[in-house]
Design a protein around this ligand. Sequence first.
Ligand SMILES: [Fe+2]
Ligand SMILES: [Fe+2]
Length: 265
Amino acid sequence: MLKITFLNDNRCSSKNLECEHGLSILIEDNDKKVLFDAGQTDIFIKNACRLGIDLNDVETIILSHGDYDHGNGLQFFSKKVNLICHPDFMKDRISRRTGNFDGLNQNKEAINSKFNLIETKIPYNISDNIIFLGEIERIMNFEKRNNLPMLDENGNIYEHFDDSGVAIKTEKGIVVISGCAHSGICNTVEYAKKVAKDNRVLSVIGGFHLKENDIQTLKTIEYMKSSGVKSIILAHCTSDIVCQEFLNRLPEITSLAEVGKIFSF
Ligand SMILES: [Fe+2]
Ligand SMILES: [Fe+2]
């Protein structure tokens, strides 16, 4: 059985758990425990503790991309495990909205000594079922350069090529998890289908980085519908307005994530 637990997310309704702008998801596939992102702080560890989850069994961490709200929490993880990410994860990035540095607060040497760092642009098999996608092919015109929230060190749009995700194979199709989907959530799903060699999409989970009820959002909803996606779990950088639009248009398959929620497949 595949179990997905939200250890950190932007949303939380439980008084016993904490949340922040960030994402951290625990993937449990039979006896395999993989952490997908670590949020900004140690909230994922505190919440795991309160949920009775032992993170000492985690063997691998996937870093979806090198943004602070997904990777700064890594400094609080004390066990030396594999850390899998795209080679561009340390590239400088500045928020267009705030002008702040939005990369990681540890340098590469610190991360290298703390973890067994595995950097890959090509897909990487973590187990028979769990595949880190590496660099995602960008094929959808409507997702081109839209919503890219940061600038590089030269003041140009930061393309976020380090943005990746994971495909998990199940008997009923693939489960796709994205961090922020800066590559485009439809691109991410298409690439996951190709890499996992399965066109059946059981669930799409994570941050979609959609903020407005615009053409991209409407085309994304249409894509999910026409692709026969069986469930959508919206998290993190998917705005309330966009979540409501998914709930209105795809009510039978849309759920909202929040800290502490568990989804089984
Ligand atoms: Fe994010
Ligand atoms: Fe991001």
